[in-house]
Design a protein around this ligand. Sequence first.
Ligand SMILES: C[S@@+](CC[C@H](N)C(=O)[O-])C[C@H]1O[C@@H](n2cnc3c(N)ncnc32)[C@H](O)[C@@H]1O
Length: 302
Amino acid sequence: MDFAHQTVLPREAVGLLRPGAGRVLVDGTLGGGGHSELLLEQGATVYGVDRDPRALEAAGARLSRFGTRFTARQGNFGELPRLLSDVLPVDGVLVDLGVSSPQLDEASRGFSFQTEGPLDMRMGPEGPTAAELIRTTGEEELADLIFRLGEERFSRPIARKLKEREPTTTLEAVDAIKAAVPRKAWPERIHVATRTFQALRMAVNGELEALDGLLAALPRMLRVGGVAAVISFHSLEDRRVKEGFRALEGQCICPPGMPVCGCGRRGDFSVLTRKAVVAGEDEVARNPRARSARLRAVERVR
Ligand SMILES: C[S@@+](CC[C@H](N)C(=O)[O-])C[C@H]1O[C@@H](n2cnc3c(N)ncnc32)[C@H](O)[C@@H]1O
């Protein structure tokens, strides 16, 4: 099976996770297996999780040479404590958010506004499709979701048109969006449907909920010395990661000069990336998708 996805920030993400013999790491977004392969090459044991059975199959074949050091499991990284209850705690967790190139490129998955396909957008086999979501969500709620997750200022007319037409294919949805946004207001640098498609995809897959689930579970998942690293692709996610890591770190409010912390406000974690790590020019030239990638990491220190 052809399942080619260009791994983003490979050196940077893998460096932060400090793979090595004896380190047990979780790749919560296995995808094409690119990050996992690098972690395995450096001697780590890796549990690879993905919602998409096709990703698991392709990555499983790519990584089979590592034998028992690699295990693949299907599931949502927002539920890792349940999925990996027999494995946790571990020395590291990586998630590389969003969809993979093969998911985007396959018309039948319904992620693309460029090719005709069923309006599906599910990363895994469960749950309602984007077409069902439009059908079963009230107009106002749909508009809110398009505004919040897509940062689309024409969310109200778009929601009205989508409800009116109830599209079942990607290009029917694109036509509805085009009809809702005045021609002169179409964005110049992105497709007029980009923001709405992003919002629908995030809602269909509960993407922010999964991220919140992961952030909340980190204290139960990592050993001392364990690292969590997240690669996100837009500001909504990056902000959540930044704030979530800061909250884990906590803030000591003891007066300066105290030999040990007595306030208890200091958390068990320390942020490893004061500023988000971004891709260098070389990587962006090779892989334009890397342009918006933001990598942040946090370590359990006590
Ligand atoms: C950007 S790709 C990962 C690419 C991978 N790091 C590589 O280098 O090949 C994201 C993958 O994460 C999966 N995914 C996204 N959200 C998920 C979630 N909440 N739980 C499990 N898998 C998820 C998608 O199905 C997709 O295969």
